[in-house]
Design a protein around this ligand. Structure first.
Ligand code: GLU
Length: 476
């Protein structure tokens, strides 16, 4: 971005040597505030961490709650977003304190110790710390009991470590391990695989990762609800911090904050854990037969093959001969009319069915109004795949009338079920629809996608752990 808002202030200092008796000090303002500097450089530099709760590569590009909050903030400032992900929480906090980045947005808990070192913006979410164990074992009744009974490991320099250090003042024999390079998700995996006994993670981390580890259980909450917030350096210049404060206040009062948070958590609320086991079994046994078909069709239509596979699983459990009482059939469960429209002859032929489903989904994504950004675009298109485009439009219209945001999946999903209510469907163009089904449908697909993505990554050799740089251009 070539523009410059950066105005250098001329500042003069007259030394005391000029007139010994009358020392004239001309106040010298710094050349510009931090906010002005960010705007002048055209970049907001942020330290984050990669996790399902914060920032990750989703089916349609970068995603995550922190990522979305940051992208909106950067858009408001009219700058690009540059995210770096150091390996440890300590590096993230130090980086901000030492001015190597403008802020940290890493699912950071506002703790007493940290509040002395950095300045926290208004919270965007509240979590509790949870003690996690493996199902089948006996649930520990307290943190102290867990630490005595088995291996307890937490992320180094995390809020969890801070909690344990405080507890140790009263229980000097308390022991645990801290690992700087292992994140919460990996710790959960270690518990699930019986390599350690217990860990403490934030409730939001568990909510999103538990789907991958159906044998994990929460023993108890070990903290009060705690706020998560962005961290800024202390110091006199609080211009950027105040801009963020203002941003969060507006986000909160418009209801957008709650919607954004829900967008990331609602779909796991009702997740069926037994379903995960079946899904993983099918990933191992059935998916290999069809994977190349998904990859090829996805590539032809500019889709993520894992998303296509997740849709197919939701539709047919990857069974090419699936039939439903309503006459839809095949791997992608196309209706006869849709198949004809797409030029598909044999719906039970997996090659044709997958090609038809991919073509249909790509068309639907394209039909979603152009101003709606990802990932909502994809979620809305999936809802349309299930309920039909007309009904989706009706639900978006109801959303608008009820003061919601018709472009946000989190808002539309609240209103889709109203299509079953006479009071509402009477006022729509396409009338009655089983509007709760697309909600469930999209949520399941998101979960299948996440699990598949996680499973495939685990199969690959671990990537080198070095900072990742993501650059996102602000939406115009
Ligand atoms: N919220 C935790 C903290 O601020 C970090 C959570 C995690 O690393 O999983 O220390």
């Amino acid at each position: 971005m070539g523009f410059s808002l950066h105005k250098r202030r001329v500042c003069g200092v007259m030394g005391a040597a000029v007139v010994a008796t009358a020392v004239i000090l001309v106040a010298c303002a710094p050349p510009s505030t931090q906010l002005e500097k960010v705007k002048a450089r055209g970049e907001l530099r942020v330290l984050s961490r990669q996790a399902a709760t914060t920032f990750y590569e989703g089916p349609a590009g970068p995603a995550g709650l922190e990522y979305e909050l940051l992208r909106r903030f950067a858009d408001e400032l009219g700058v690009e977003l540059v995210i770096e992900t150091p390996d440890t929480l300590q590096e993230i906090l130090d980086g901000v304190r030492e001015g190597r980045a403008d802020l940290a947005a890493a699912g950071l808990t506002v703790t007493e110790a940290r509040a002395r070192l950095v300045r926290f913006a208004p919270p965007y979410q509240h979590i509790t710390q949870q003690l996690v164990y493996r199902r089948g074992g006996e649930a520990p009744r307290s943190l102290v009991e867990a630490a005595r009974r088995g291996d307890l490991e937490v992320v180094a320099d995390s809020s969890h470590a801070e909690l344990l250090r405080r507890l140790k003042a009263r229980h000097p024999d308390l022991t645990w391990r801290e690992s700087p390079e292992t994140d919460s998700m990996e710790l959960l995996q270690l518990v699930a695989e019986n390599l350690i006994d217990y860990t403490i993670v934030d409730s939001n981390e568990l909510a999103l990762n538990r789907r991958f580890f159906p044998n994990l259980e929460v023993a108890l909450d070990v903290s009060e609800p705690q706020p998560l917030a962005w961290a800024f350096a202390l110091g006199e210049d609080d211009s950027l911090y105040r801009a963020a404060q203002d941003y969060f206040r507006r986000l909160e009062s418009s209801g957008d904050l709650a919607r954004l948070v829900q967008g990331y958590y609602r779909h796991v609320d009702r997740y069926d854990y037994a379903g995960t086991r079946t899904f993983l079994r099918h990933v191992k046994r059935r998916l290999p037969r069809y994977r190349e078909l998904f990859e090829a069709a996805a590539e032809r239509h500019g889709l993520d093959w894992k998303l296509l596979a997740a849709v197919a699983y939701q539709e047919s459990h990857w069974n090419p001969h699936a039939v439903s009482p309503t006459g839809v059939r095949g791997m992608m469960m196309l209706t006869r009319a849709t198949a004809r429209h797409l030029g598909i002859r044999r719906r039970t032929d997996p090659v044709q069915s997958i090609e038809g489903g991919a073509r249909y989904l790509a068309r639907l994504i394209e039909r979603i109004p152009a101003h709606i950004p990802e990932p909502d675009r994809t979620w809305l298109a999936l809802a349309a795949y299930n309920v039909g485009f007309g009904h989706l439009e009706d639900a978006r219209d109801i959303t608008r009338r009820r003061g919601g945001n018709p472009d946000a999946w989190a808002s539309v999903r609240e209103n889709l079920p109203l299509l079953r209510k006479r009071k509402w469907y009477r006022t729509t163009r396409y009338g009655y629809a089983r509007g709760n089904e697309p909600v469930r449908y999209v949520e399941n697909i998101r979960s299948y996608y996440d699990i598949l993505d996680w499973y495939l990554q685990r199969e690959q050799p671990a990537p080198p752990r070095r900072p990742v740089l993501a650059i996102a251009t602000p939406a115009l």
